[in-house]
Design a protein around this ligand. Structure first.
Ligand SMILES: Cc1ncc(COP(=O)(O)O)c(C=O)c1O
Length: 325
């Protein structure tokens, strides 16, 4: 069970036991997906746990809420403190974090009217999305028959709960056909993204990726990788990508908080490059982990260190399991 080590949740301003953090069956978000969320990671560093790009994730959280007219009743500072408190109280050295803001129980008309807005922060230890072996071997993907929704249908740059049914359908369909993950096209037939990851191609020593014009979520890992690649002297071009570009690439990889930097070794049975993690992907992957775990001082400003527990912050468990890496 992924949640077995998670004991405390921050809910509406209070730390409460995980088992008590429940939602009523009449909650608007349960019926209509009316909520927004974030996914972030806390990495173990030599100076203790640190949340990777917390400021950027909170920025996107507030932007997603604004796109759906949800008022988060807490400041960024309060939520940053909530995130730190959840990590401390659970005693995690590293973990995945999930802030969520959703419409609770009030009315069940489609318009939520004055239903309450609830805010929670969950955390649990989580291995890299496709498993550690996939970081080296790469994953096998398929181009999905499901199309990524267009910004005229829903705000594509917001990370909203209900819109993930599009991703859930694509991920399940890909798994049914024996693939690790789906790549969705947009309504114009261009490459969009994975069910929960952005995509990079490597061709002739250049990195290529798309942007919000192709209905992607603007990933924070994507942004970090663009910066890291440019710092290492790789040109990064940002434009629309076709399926042909994907199939002809020397290397392809996913980026995302859950997937981190995961190579793609095969698309619909066709090997990408040599059919294994390529050298540029390996270099970017290593540089990303060095940044996220504080080994590369150039990216220090991306880390939000979690201050140690004070006497009032309670139940820290020094012996909690380490999560991988
Ligand atoms: C649909 C989708 N695209 C891309 C990403 C990657 O975004 P990030 O790197 O901010 O985690 C995610 C994950 O949040 C996602 O759900």
């Amino acid at each position: 069970m992924p949640f077995e080590d998670a004991q405390w949740v921050w809910l509406n301003g209070k730390i409460i036991p995980w088992k008590d953090a429940t939602v009523h069956v009449s909650a608007h978000a349960l019926h209509y997906g009316s909520g927004v969320f974030e996914g972030m990671r806390c990495y173990e560093t030599s100076e203790g746990p640190a949340v990777f790009r917390l400021g950027s994730h909170l920025e996107r959280f507030f932007a997603s809420a604004a796109a759906h007219d949800l008022r988060i009743g807490y400041t960024r500072k309060e939520l940053a403190e909530a995130v730190s408190e959840v990590i401390r109280r659970n005693g995690f050295r590293s973990c995945y974090l999930r802030p969520i803001c959703y419409v609770g129980s009030g009315v069940l008309s489609v318009h939520p009217k004055t239903s309450p807005i609830e805010v929670a922060v969950l955390a649990w230890p989580a291995e890299t999305q496709f498993g550690r072996e996939a970081l080296q071997r790469g994953v096998r993907v398929t181009v999905s028959p499901w199309v990524r929704f267009h910004s005229s249908m829903m705000p594509t740059t917001a990370k909203a709960c209900g819109q993930y049914l599009n991703s859930v359908l694509a991920a399940r369909e890909a798994a049914c056909r024996g693939f690790d993950e789906a790549v969705l096209l947009d309504t114009n037939g261009h490459i969009s993204e994975g069910s929960g990851e952005n995509l990079f191609l490597v061709r002739g020593g250049r990195l290529l990726t798309n942007d919000e014009r192709d209905s992607i979520l603007l990933g924070i890992t994507r942004d970090s990788v663009i910066r890291i690649a440019r710092d290492r002297g790789y040109p990064v071009a940002i434009h629309t990508l076709q399926v042909d570009d994907l199939l002809a690439a020397d290397e392809v990889f996913f980026t995302g908080t859950a997937a981190e930097v995961t190579p793609i070794r095969e698309v619909d049975g066709k090997a990408i490059g040599s059919g294994a993690r390529g050298p540029v992907t390996a270099e970017i992957q290593e540089a990303f982990f060095a940044a996220a775990t504080g080994r590369d001082g150039r990216y220090r400003s991306w880390l939000h260190h979690v201050a140690p527990a004070t006497r009032t912050s309670g139940t820290r468990k020094a012996s909690r399991k380490r999560s991988p890496r």
